[in-house]
Design a binder for this molecule. Structure first.
Ligand code: SF4
Length: 538
C-alpha cells in the first residue's frame, strides 16, 4: 500500500514583498491550553481592508511602473506603444496625488485571506473586512460599480460598491495573510476557461499554437499592456480559474519553479518566456498595435484528473490593483506601493512622438466624418469639442425608445458618443476619473442606432465585432479608440466640462455632455470597412 504523504498544492517560498506597518497594538499573544494564540482586535481587519483598497486605487507597485518606463527606452516598441506608456505613467503620477483614482472603474473588491488556526478575532471577519471596503469607496473619489438583482431582469446599483467577494481559508500557524484585488469589469471579462484533454499536451507546438490563438482572442479591450496569466491543469475548473486570478495578481510569484512530482503546482519559467515572446509578436501591442501587449507573463502548471485538462487564461490590466497584507505578532502590515511615480515624468519629455491630427468635434457630424475620412486607420487624433457620454443602461433605454417608434434624442444624432461612466468628481475639477469603457458591450445597438442617424462616430476602447465594421461601412460611420486605463489623466488634462444631460437616475451611467481638449484617440474602424486590428485579433 502506498504511504500517505501530504504536500500543499501551492508551495510558496519565502516572499520578497516590502510591507509598511499600519497599526501597532491591535495584536497580542494569549496563552491557553498550553498554546500561544494571536488575539487580533477585529477593528484591525476594517483598518487593513480600507487602507488596502485606498492604496490600490491610487498607487502601483514599483515593478509595474518600471516595466512601463522601460517601454520608452525600447527601440523595438512601436510609437503607439510609447504613446500609451507615456500616458499611463502620467496617469500614475496624477493618481498618486490621491484625488483621482488610476481608473474610473475602481473595480469589484476581492479579498483572499489565509487565517492561521491560532489566530483569534472573536468576530465575523468577512463583515469587518466588508466595512473596510465600504469605507474606502465612500471616503474617496471611487466609483460604485456593483449592481444587485431586484428580480431576474431588474437590477439596481447598491450605491456602496458592496458586496465584496471574500474568501477566507484556514492555514496552519499564527499569521493572517491577505491579498486584496480591485478587479475592473473589463479585465474580469477576459478570464476564460477551456476544458481540454491530454491531446493538447501532445507536443510543444500543439500547446503553443493553442495558447497563441487564445491569447490573441483576449484582444485589447481590457487595456494592455497586461500581466498575462495562464494555468495548465487544476484539480477542478474552479481551482484553475482561482489560480489564474492569483497568478495575474502576482500572488503566486514565489511558487516553486520546478515540478516536485508530489502533485504540486509550479511556475514554469521557460513557458513564461515563450508566452511573453508570443504576446509581443502578435502585433496587438499596448492597445494600438506594436510589441507591448504584455509586460509580464505567469504560467502555472498544476495537477489534474487524468480525464480533464482545464486551461485558464486571464489578465491583470493597466489598473494593476493588487496589494498584499498581513497580521502577525508584530502588528498589522500592508504591502508598500510606490507613492512617487512622478520621478518617471522627466523621461517623458523628448519622446519624439508627433502630435495627433486635430479634429474639431463641434462641427456638424457630417463634417467631422468627412474630416476623419481623409485619414487611414491607425491615425492618431487630438479631439477638441463636445462628446455625449452614454453606456450600457442608457443604450438599453434608447433602444426601447427606438423600438417604441420614438425618435432618437437630437444629442445622440448630433455628437460623437463616448462610451464611459466616471468615478466621483473631486472638488474643483470638471470630472472624476473618466476613461473609456469596453466598446464591445454596445455592439448590439450600433446598426439600429446608426440607421436612425445616431452613434455615427463612437469612441471607447478595444476591438469590436464584425457587425460594427459593417455598420460603419453601411452608414458612413467611424469607431475611434482612446487610451484605456488613463482615466485620471483624462479627467485632469482633457475633460474641461461635464454635465448630466439625461437619465440622471442612472448615476454613473447617466447620459452626459462633456467638452474635451486635446483628447488622444485613434481611428480604429473607418467608413470604408478598414480595421486597425485586421488579421491581428484572430
Ligand atoms: S484599466 Fe481598463 S480593463 Fe482595467 S479596470 Fe480600467 S477600464 Fe477596466
Amino acid at each position: 500500500m502506498a504511504r500517505f504523504s501530504y504536500a500543499p498544492i501551492f508551495p510558496l517560498k519565502k516572499e520578497t514583498v516590502k510591507y509598511r506597518k499600519i497599526a501597532d497594538g491591535a495584536v497580542r499573544p494569549w496563552k491557553a491550553g498550553g498554546r500561544t494564540f494571536l488575539r487580533v482586535d477585529p477593528a484591525a481587519l476594517t483598518l487593513l481592508a480600507e487602507a488596502a483598497f485606498t492604496d490600490a486605487a491610487f498607487y502601483f507597485r514599483t515593478r509595474h511602473l518600471e516595466n512601463l518606463a522601460s517601454i520608452l527606452d525600447d527601440p523595438g516598441a512601436s510609437e503607439n506603444d510609447r504613446f500609451v506608456a507615456r500616458a499611463l505613467l502620467e496617469n500614475a503620477a496624477i493618481a498618486a496625488e490621491g484625488e483621482l483614482p488610476t481608473c474610473q472603474d475602481t473595480g469589484t473588491a476581492t479579498i483572499v485571506a489565509h487565517k492561521g488556526e491560532a489566530v483569534l478575532t472573536g468576530a465575523d471577519d468577512a463583515r469587518r473586512l466588508a466595512r473596510g471596503v465600504f469605507n474606502a469607496y465612500a471616503r474617496h473619489n471611487l466609483r460604485y460599480s456593483q449592481v444587485a438583482p431586484d428580480g431576474m431582469l431588474d437590477e439596481e446599483n447598491t450605491g456602496t460598491n458592496l458586496p465584496p467577494q471574500i474568501d477566507i481559508s484556514a492555514d496552519p500557524g499564527s499569521e493572517y495573510r491577505f491579498l486584496f484585488v480591485a478587479k475592473g469589469g473589463g479585465s474580469s471579462n477576459k478570464t476564460s476557461l477551456y476544458q481540454e484533454n491530454k491531446s493538447l499536451l501532445g507536443s510543444e507546438k500543439r500547446l503553443a499554437g493553442f495558447l497563441d490563438e487564445k491569447i490573441r482572442a483576449i484582444g485589447v479591450a481590457a487595456c494592455p499592456p497586461y500581466r498575462l496569466a495562464i494555468v495548465i491543469g487544476g484539480t477542478s475548473p474552479e481551482m484553475t480559474l482561482k489560480t489564474v486570478k492569483l497568478a495575474s495578481a502576482g500572488y503566486l510569484d514565489d511558487l516553486a519553479t520546478e515540478p516536485t512530482g508530489r502533485g504540486q503546482a509550479y511556475r514554469d519559467l521557460e513557458w513564461e518566456e515563450k508566452i511573453l515572446a508570443m504576446a509581443r509578436a502578435n502585433g496587438l501591442g499596448a492597445q494600438f498595435t506594436g510589441k507591448y501587449f504584455a509586460l509580464e507573463a505567469r504560467v502555472i502548471r498544476a495537477p489534474r484528473h487524468a480525464g480533464s485538462l482545464p486551461v485558464g487564461l486571464g489578465v491583470s490590466c493597466s489598473a494593476d490593483r493588487n496589494i498584499k497584507g498581513k497580521i502577525t505578532r508584530n502588528g498589522v502590515f500592508l504591502e508598500q506601493l510606490d507613492k512617487n511615480p512622478g520621478r518617471f515624468l522627466a523621461a517623458l519629455k523628448n519622446t519624439g512622438i508627433a502630435p495627433g491630427v486635430r479634429i474639431d468635434l463641434d462641427r456638424p457630424i457630417d463634417e467631422v466624418i468627412a474630416e476623419l475620412a481623409k485619414y487611414p486607420v491607425g491615425t492618431r487624433l487630438s479631439l477638441d469639442g463636445t462628446l455625449v457620454v452614454a453606456r450600457d443602461i442608457a443604450h438599453a433605454r434608447l433602444k426601447e425608445m427606438l423600438d417604441a417608434g420614438r425618435p432618437m434624442p437630437a444629442y445622440f444624432r448630433e455628437h460623437p458618443v463616448y462610451y464611459a461612466g466616471p468615478a466621483k468628481t473631486p472638488r474643483g475639477l470638471a470630472s472624476g476619473s473618466f476613461g473609456p469603457t469596453t466598446a464591445q458591450r454596445m455592439d448590439g445597438y450600433i446598426a439600429d442606432f446608426m440607421k436612425a442617424g445616431a452613434s455615427r462616430v463612437t469612441l471607447a476602447k478595444g476591438n469590436r465585432g464584425q457587425a460594427v465594421i459593417e455598420a460603419c461601412r453601411a452608414f458612413n460611420g467611424f469607431y475611434l479608440g482612446t487610451i484605456g486605463g488613463a482615466a485620471a489623466l483624462m479627467a485632469k488634462k482633457h475633460i474641461i466640462e461635464s454635465e448630466v444631460l439625461d437619465f440622471e437616475d442612472l448615476g454613473m451611467e447617466a447620459v452626459r455632455r462633456i467638452r474635451v481638449k486635446d483628447m488622444p484617440a485613434f481611428i480604429i474602424y473607418d467608413n470604408k470597412g478598414n480595421n486597425l486590428y485586421a488579421a491581428l485579433c484572430r
